[in-house]
Design a binder for this molecule. Structure first.
Ligand SMILES: NC(=O)c1ccc[n+]([C@@H]2O[C@H](COP(=O)([O-])OP(=O)(O)OC[C@H]3O[C@@H](n4cnc5c(N)ncnc54)[C@H](OP(=O)(O)O)[C@@H]3O)[C@@H](O)[C@H]2O)c1
Length: 276
């Protein structure tokens, strides 16, 4: 079994340096995959109310027999639940589905600026943290403008912004802004969903050079850019391989050679994307 190193969130909480993504795993497949991921050594599980698999994730954590404090659980507030009171209720429902007394990291899934309610949700998340129901609070898919508005209105900057990031969309500018504000970058679709990225000649060449797989090269790129990747795989073999990225390193030039693969985002634009 691999052991994942830990790192510190800006608020001092210790978190695994790499997690397991659960979208679009559903039903018994989700439960089995999360249990097998925990058995393989994953200690951070990323779910969301909108993924419809929180109950399965919770059952897998319980079935693993691991002490609750050994598993770092992230879930997210869906668009339909933006607003102060709705956020409090949505959190209770998520915690109930997960079967836990507290969640380690609670994120606002998308800012949905047209609704203009994310700051009210953020006030509720601060309250949840003060009540000890959430250990750390953050956001996902926020731009710098959205982040700064939260800090200006509440005095609390999110500890984490989980964003689309992979060598086809390296997010250099936003990562710099995160560093300036002490916000941790988590990368979703860290493997670019496998689409084309893992067969890029430079990725394949680096994999040969280091005797690893293309996916391992890409995950190592995230770690070296100080980002926390949360790869998803339905395959036990690929899940284990995706964890085994702490025994080699890319040089600075090699890391930079991947970042020039930039093409643009594949997911929604945070200023306009709406999902509820
Ligand atoms: N916050 C957000 O808005 C947001 C948005 C999207 C995703 N997420 C989170 O981020 C997680 C990861 O993102 P993602 O699932 O979109 O993309 P991803 O992890 O970049 O890619 C997953 C795809 O890559 C394949 N894959 C995994 N490991 C591989 C390997 N070693 N070699 C070759 N192919 C491999 C998987 O296929 P197999 O399953 O067949 O292995 C799957 O098709 C999600 O599960 C979710 O938890 C968050």
């Amino acid at each position: 079994m691999s052991t994942v190193p830990t790192r510190l969130l800006p608020d001092g909480l210790s978190t695994p340096a790499l997690g397991f993504g659960t979208y679009p795993l559903a039903g018994s497949e989700a439960e089995a995959a999360v249990l097998s991921a925990l058995e393989a050594g994953y200690r951070m599980i990323d779910t969301a109310a909108s993924y419809g698999n929180e109950s399965e994730v919770g059952r897998a954590v319980a079935a693993s027999g691991l002490p609750r404090e050994d598993v770092f659980l992230t879930t997210k507030l869906r668009g339909a639940d933006h607003g102060y009171e709705r956020t409090l209720r949505a959190f209770s429902a998520s915690a109930e589905r997960l079967g836990v007394d507290y969640v380690d990291l609670y994120l606002i899934h998308w800012p949905l600026p047209r609704l203009d309610a994310y700051a009210d949700s953020w006030r509720a998340m601060i309250e949840l943290r003060e009540q000890g129901l959430v250990r750390s609070i953050g956001v996902s898919n926020f731009t710098v403008r959205h982040l700064d508005r939260l800090a200006e209105e509440t005095g609390v900057m999110p500890a984490v912004n989980q964003i689309e990031m992979h060598p086809h969309f390296p997010q250099a500018r936003l990562r710099e802004e995160h560093a300036a504000r002490n916000v941790e970058t988590q990368s979703w679709s860290p493997l670019g969903r496998g689409d084309g990225l893992l067969t890029e000649p430079v990725v394949v060449e680096l994999a040969h050079r280091h005797g690893v797989t293309p996916a391992q090269v890409v995950l190592r790129w995230h770690l070296q850019l100080d980002a926390v990747p949360i790869p998803k795989s339905a395959s036990p073999t690929r899940r284990s391989a995706n964890l085994d990225v702490f025994g080699f390193a890319l040089s600075e030039e090699e890391t930079a050679s991947l970042s020039v693969l930039e093409r643009g985002r594949t997911g929604g634009d945070p200023d306009t994307h709406e999902e509820f």
